[in-house]
Design a binder for this molecule. Structure first.
Ligand code: ADP
Ligand code: MG
Length: 448
């Protein structure tokens, strides 16, 4: 299939040629015609496979060739979970609308609200936004969505994970008319909440799944290393930073505080590193991403704030210093490398505190994962094994035990979720639950 087969506007074809793209990727080949035919669409394909263009091309084509439903309202709204991703998508959209009369604006949390009110009053054709801030403007009547023709949700599952269901529902009902088309894209669209949400928002959607989150990403080599503790993680990290052929590297940690701590440590050792976290203000965040994407630093240390969508061409390695709390983020984190046909390396550290997340990732990827060792840096920790099932308790004793425990908690703990240490030398016995309870969901990097 060629780009020419889509029947796109001449200006779009020129930009494609200018970008040097010779043929559509598989998701583009399948999704563009379906979207151009006006269908709602739920599309998933692996990280780095060109999903952005798969929605930008039909969006710009539609606006260029069809009459607007309204003169004032935005015609296309693209939502993304993080400011950094929204900014990147906006950059692509600007490129593909550069030689047209269409106006596009970017509305992000953390930026000046009144400036955005002015921008919205200029009746842009395209809005790219993070959902929280956009819903605030909608609430205050700074724009209307009755004329919206196309709603695009990039990384929809992550927006739901971050707790934006309410804002999305609000946006959905503000643009609830027969002619609206809705497109959803992600590498991971499997979980139940996404399907329920899609059932509310999309009309008889077509589904395209090229390679979903579980599928092995052939361009990314995954290696897992057992570790005993934080010092051990740091020693292994030093080893890899000294011995791997690195271009740029993204290191993911569990918390914001860890990004800073690790960056300071690496900088003190003379390495070129920078930390990005949701603690920083927007202009700092912009500066950091700008600087890293221009290659000024070799190492970016971040949280799941940067797990989704970011397309940084020189990232050769992703290091999971801590395993992610949300299982799907593993696929997205490692997908910051191995993009657009390039090869990438993903290294993950698995210590006692990471074990449950690791097992969840293993389950998600539907494979048994083996560990690699670095000579001289092998771990005593060999993993936790599930605690043997309790012997059946007599009904009476069971009832008494139950009345002493809070029901919700008892349910979670009793669900075969305990692990004990196996061959773990002198490491402490760990007891963790496998599932993330709603109250534990890390909203640290939520966008507003
Ligand atoms: P995804 O959203 O699937 O993770 P992106 O849309 O960010 O992937 O695209 C990944 C990279 O592939 C980008 O650098 C993009 O410019 C490039 N790309 C997109 N389409 C093509 C194509 N048809 N041919 C070659 N490269 C492409
Ligand atoms: Mg993407």
């Amino acid at each position: 299939m060629n780009f020419g087969d889509f029947g796109l506007d001449k200006r779009l074809m020129e930009t494609i040629e200018h970008k040097g793209f010779t043929e559509p990727t598989e998701i583009q080949a399948k999704a563009v015609p379906v979207a151009m035919a006006g269908h709602d669409l739920i599309a998933s394909s692996k990280t780095g496979s060109g999903k952005t263009l798969a929605f930008i091309l039909p969006a710009v084509q539609r606006i260029s060739t069809q009459r607007a439903l309204s003169k004032k309202d935005p015609r296309v709204l693209i939502l993304a979970p993080t400011r950094e991703l929204a900014k990147q998508v906006f950059g692509q959209l600007r490129l593909f609308t550069a030689n047209t009369q269409f106006k596009s604006v970017l509305i992000l949390g953390g930026e000046n609200f009144n400036d955005q009110v002015k921008t919205l009053s200029k009746d842009p054709h395209f809005i790219v936004a993070t959902p929280g801030r956009l819903a605030d403007h909608l609430d205050q009547g700074h724009f209307y969505l009755q004329g919206l023709e196309l709603l695009i949700l990039d990384e929809a599952d992550r927006m739901l994970d971050l707790g934006f269901a309410e804002q999305l529902a609000k946006i959905n009902s503000a643009a609830d008319h027969r002619k609206r088309q809705t497109l959803m894209f992600s590498a991971t669209l499997g979980h139940a909440q996404v399907n329920e949400f899609a059932a509310d928002m999309l009309k008889s959607p077509k589904r395209i799944a090229i390679e979903h989150g579980h599928t092995e990403h052939a361009d990314i080599t995954k290696r897992f290393y057992l570790v005993d503790n934080l010092d051990h993680k740091e020693a292994l990290l030093d080893h890899f930073l000294a011995n791997e052929k690195l271009q740029q590297t993204i290191i993911f940690t569990a918390t914001r505080a860890d990004t800073e701590r690790l960056a300071s440590k690496l900088i003190a050792e003379g390495k070129s590193a920078i930390a990005l976290s949701g603690d920083l203000n927007q202009s700092q965040r912009n500066q950091i991403m700008d600087s890293f994407s221009k290659g000024r630093e070799q190492i970016l240390i971040t949280t799941d704030l940067a797990s989704r969508g970011l397309d940084l061409v020189n990232v050769s390695h992703v290091i999971n210093f801590d395993m992610p709390k949300h299982t799907e983020e593993f696929v997205h984190r490692i997908g910051r490398t191995g993009r657009a046909g390039n090869q990438g390396d993903a290294i993950s550290f698995v210590g006692p505190k990471d074990w449950v997340s690791f097992k969840n990732v293993e389950g998600f990827l539907q494979q048994t994962i083996g560990f690699t060792e670095v000579e001289g840096l092998a771990a005593k920790f060999k993993g936790l094994k599930p605690k043997p099932k309790k012997k059946p308790v007599k009904a009476k004793a069971k009832k008494a035990a139950k009345s002493e425990q809070a029901p919700a908690k008892a349910k979670r703990i009793n669900k075969k979720t305990m692990f004990t240490l196996q061959d773990a030398g002198d490491a402490p016995v760990m007891r963790r639950k496998t599932t993330v309870a709603p109250e534990d969901i890390d909203k640290q990097d939520e966008e507003t």
